[in-house]
Design a protein around this ligand. Structure first.
Ligand code: 5AD
Ligand code: SF4
Length: 443
């Protein structure tokens, strides 16, 4: 049995999407504001927050093995196991089960409740096991301390949740209904990030392009309006957003890609599958054709734009012909990057109980074929960039002496040697391409 004392140091480990990374940063800031010390990478801590992801089965299973490992291997100064909090989407979806299955866990806290961690830690320090998976209407963000994160590239969650109910997806259940954070709060947070050194801000949301709000004059605006407002901040050099739904790609947002120089030429627009019957079964409410038309219009607005996407192979009922249609779509779009996953039945989602679940070997084979097509296109995109001159936002030092790593406008990783520092925008020429990165020389 754990000795119970109030934690003095903490670690937050985030899994899954960028929104979880953002939440993890905010939890760390919250715990820091309570006077707790952040333990470094590899160091033990009194409190470990596992900020979990529920999107696919493997991600959720990992939580239980991580808990086991922490209880067994990690030690506090007095020899007891650290206090463990399970946060994020697994906490939301399986809170009760976690409490039953993993006795070492003191706290379960959902993605909409983590601003209440300090209270929960107080109770846990007195020996209680506490669960908070409420999805309150009350604003979590308003209850958090101001941002303290210093980094050249920062995340800013502007929208959360999902009302689209794709039949495979847990997000509407773990993150709740679509909500947009208020314009004024976002402008304030962006200013703070920029004042603390951010040159690039990535606007985040499960359906980020569904963001709506009212500007300072009370006019209704969409994500394009928010982007234009942020673009007026002199010290902010780059704006990105992710992840988008095809149905929320408005004309105004597409136009912004052609008109706002600080909006980087990159669009992550998941399509999931290349066959209309599968898209219908997924409840995607767009067709292959309507998706391709959007891509065409985005490319008209911004010809050099890098398109990326997400794919699921082996959705229930996916025939060989359906899968071939996905490969054809990939061939047509020529993605600069894409992520592909084997379908994973998620508890409580409609697809989990559909007939015609696809055999594991079939999924393996399809995933391999899709990934090799994507790698081919990724390399082709990078190869076509060779010779381009562009700015790289320097994020960290590389492995070799004097080497720096950063991102091109097209979100490619680029490395070069030269005199600079983290946070600089360095003009380079891209000279050599691999599937995952490019080498560059300063000009
Ligand atoms: N199985 C496999 N992949 C999934 N995704 C979402 N739900 C599932 C699931 N049940 C993928 C989608 C989504 C990305 C974040 O994860 O491609 O765009
Ligand atoms: Fe995973 Fe979705 Fe939760 Fe992000 S929102 S952590 S992708 S389940």
């Amino acid at each position: 049995m754990n000795k119970v004392t109030a934690p003095k140091s903490f670690r937050v480990k985030s899994f899954g999407c960028q929104m979880n990374v953002y939440d993890g940063e905010r939890m760390a800031e919250l715990l820091g504001a309570q006077g707790m010390e952040a333990a470094g990478e590899g160091e033990d801590a009194d409190l470990v927050v596992l900020n979990t992801c529920h999107i696919r089965e493997k991600a959720a299973e990992k939580v239980y093995s991580d808990i086991g490992r922490i209880v067994k291997d990690w030690r506090r100064d007095d020899g007891s196991s650290p206090m463990i909090a399970v946060a994020g989407c697994v906490a939301q979806a399986e809170g009760e089960e976690i409490m039953k299955r993993a006795k070492g866990v003191s706290m379960v806290v959902g993605p909409q409740a983590y601003h209440r961690l300090p209270e929960m830690i107080g109770k846990a320090s007195a020996g209680e096991r506490v669960t908070d998976t409420d999805m309150p209407a009350e604003a979590k963000f308003g209850a958090l301390p101001a941002r303290r994160k210093r980094a050249p590239s920062a995340f800013l969650t502007v929208q959360e949740g999902c009302d689209k109910f794709c039949t495979y997806c847990v997000v509407p259940y773990t993150r709740g209904a679509e909500i947009s954070r208020p314009f004024a709060d976002l402008v304030e947070e962006a200013k703070l990030l920029v004042d603390q050194g951010a040159r690039e801000i990535t606007l985040l949301g499960q359906n980020v392009n569904a963001w709506t709000g009212e500007d300072a004059k009370g006019r209704a605006i969409g994500l394009d309006g928010l982007i234009r407002e942020l673009a007026a901040m002199p010290d902010l050099a780059r704006i990105r957003y992710t992840t988008s739904h095809p149905n929320d790609m408005t004309d105004a947002l597409i136009a912004a890609h052609g008109e706002v120089g600080k909006l980087m030429p990159y669009l992550h627009l998941p399509v999931q599958a290349g066959s209309d019957p599968i898209l219908a079964a997924m409840n995607r409410s767009h067709s292959v054709d309507s998706y391709l038309r959007i891509i065409e219009r985005v490319r008209d607005a911004r010809p050099d734009i890098a398109i990326s996407g997400d794919f699921i192979v082996g959705f229930p009922g996916e025939s060989d012909a359906d899968f071939e249609a996905t490969l054809r779509l990939v061939e047509q779009v020529r993605y600069a990057a894409a992520f592909s996953f084997k379908y994973s039945p998620r508890p409580g989602t409609p697809a989990a109980t559909m007939e015609d679940q696809i055999a594991a070997e079939v999924m393996d084979e399809r995933l391999q074929r899709l990934q090799s097509a994507i790698t081919r296109d990724q390399l082709a995109f990078n190869t076509a960039s060779v010779g381009r001159t562009c700015d790289v936002l320097v994020e960290r030092t590389g492995r070799r002496d004097g080497q720096w790593l950063g991102k091109t406008p097209w979100l490619q990783s680029a490395h070069f040697t030269g005199e600079c520092k983290v946070g600089d925008l360095v003009t380079v020429q891209l000279v050599e391409a691999g599937p995952n990165s490019l080498s560059a020389v300063t000009v």
